[in-house]
Design a protein around this ligand. Structure first.
Ligand code: NAP
Length: 248
């Protein structure tokens, strides 16, 4: 059966690396993005140039209507998704909790938590044997922050990833007998644009000496773990986590 994967937030960073690697493994890839249309189209162009199949679809994962449209568009252009990578995520400027406002927490939780729940729900509705589906695999992109808490930087972001860890455990057990595996990766300090959102583009180089392997990670190193969890090689693994953190 043809494998079809939706990768949220695939215009750059870990999502783009995952989309590219999935296409190389033979998946048809739905490349979701929020604003970076040009970057998403470049990911699609590169995949097609290498002989793969991909479509770029704009959607805000925090919007119920957008997520419904994302899945409908994927189904119309590529086929019913057999896999989902809940990758889209944001963080905001580094600060302590006593400096944060409620609007920020609503933004961070809307994208990171609500977005993952909405996409997971749409995936289960299509993949679950309970709903007549053929099964599938979901990988949630959590963060080492869920274990470390990100004090002084973004405890809100870390807590949102804690919610993703719990979603992974609960949903995995909920749908384990319905043909769907649900797992997560927890990246550590990875070289992507996300750190600029925190106000420190060079953050990975500042903190890398705290990593046992003494370096930051690459997006393709995270993508490799995601693709393993999606694959049949992980056929007896569900509700599990792969830390991609250089030993931290
Ligand atoms: P990134 O380079 O900032 O890319 C974020 C991606 O998410 C972009 O494609 C962006 O789309 C998309 N996005 C943001 N908000 C969205 C929304 N509401 N709807 C749809 N797409 C949205 O981030 P990254 O570092 O690759 O991070 C990817 C995931 O890994 C995130 O969940 C992040 O929390 C997690 N992670 C990253 C690190 C790290 O060190 N980099 C560590 C641990 C975990 P546009 O380009 O269109 O805005």
């Amino acid at each position: 059966m043809r494998q079809i994967v939706i990768v949220t937030g695939a215009s750059r960073g870990i999502g783009a690396a995952t989309a590219t690697r999935a296409a190389a493994r033979g998946y048809a890839v739905c490349v979701n993005y929020l604003r970076s249309r040009g970057a998403a189209e470049r990911v699609v162009t590169d995949i097609r140039a290498a002989g793969g199949q991909a479509e770029a679809v704009q959607a805000d994962v925090a919007s119920d209507a957008d997520v419904a449209r994302l899945f409908e568009t994927c189904t119309a252009r590529l086929g019913t998704p057999t896999a989902l990578v809940n990758n889209a995520g944001i963080l905001e400027t580094q600060m302590r909790i006593d400096e944060m406002d409620a609007a920020r927490w609503q933004r961070v939780f809307a994208t990171n938590v609500l977005g993952s729940f909405l996409c997971a729900r749409e995936a289960v509705r299509r993949m679950s044997t309970r709903h007549g589906g053929a099964g599938g695999a979901i990988v949630n992109v959590s963060s080492g922050a869920s274990r470390l808490g990100s004090p002084g930087e973004y405890v809100d972001y870390a807590a949102s990833k804690g919610a993703i860890d719990t979603l992974t455990i609960g949903l995995a057990r909920e749908v384990a007998a319905e043909g769907i595996r649900v797992n997560a990766v927890r990246p550590g300090f990875i070289y992507t644009d996300i750190h600029a959102s925190g106000g420190e583009p060079g953050r990975v180089d500042r903190v890398k000496t705290s990593v046992p392997m003494q370096r930051g990670g690459r997006a393709d190193e995270v993508a490799a773990a995601i693709l393993w969890l999606l694959s049949d090689d992980a056929s007896y693994s569900t509700g599990t986590f792969i830390d991609v953190m250089g030993g931290k």
